[in-house]
Design a protein around this ligand. Structure first.
Ligand SMILES: [Zn+2]
Length: 101
């Protein structure tokens, strides 16, 4: 079976790496903030993988926050329904005790 199509294509991966490095990424160790270098690697003190330092906190590329907000607002109605059922379902005769056993 030919698995060549599963391998990452270096021709497609190279532009993304160059674009990241062009911004001026700085990599630092989570445990040793004094370690700073301009390319990914391992910390010379503890060997942990270096993580990129965010250029500014005001960058408008907060995709994780947007993802969490999206999921929060989509699940909020269901949470409210479960809350009402759990707190007042029996009193409103919406849930019969015999059904739950
Ligand atoms: Zn370190």
């Amino acid at each position: 079976m030919n698995r060549d199509h599963l391998k990452p294509d270096p021709a497609n991966a190279a532009p993304a790496i160059q674009q990241v490095q062009a911004i001026g990424m700085v990599y630092t160790c989570p445990m040793h903030p004094e370690i700073r270098q301009d390319h990914p690697g391992n910390c010379p003190k503890c060997g942990m993988a270096l993580e990129p330092v965010m250029p500014t906190l005001e960058e408008d590329d907060n995709s994780e926050l947007r993802n969490f907000e999206h999921r929060f607002w989509w699940t909020l109605p269901f949470t409210a329904i479960v809350f009402v059922l759990a707190m007042a379902g029996h009193r409103l005769q919406w849930m019969d005790m015999a059904v739950q056993i």
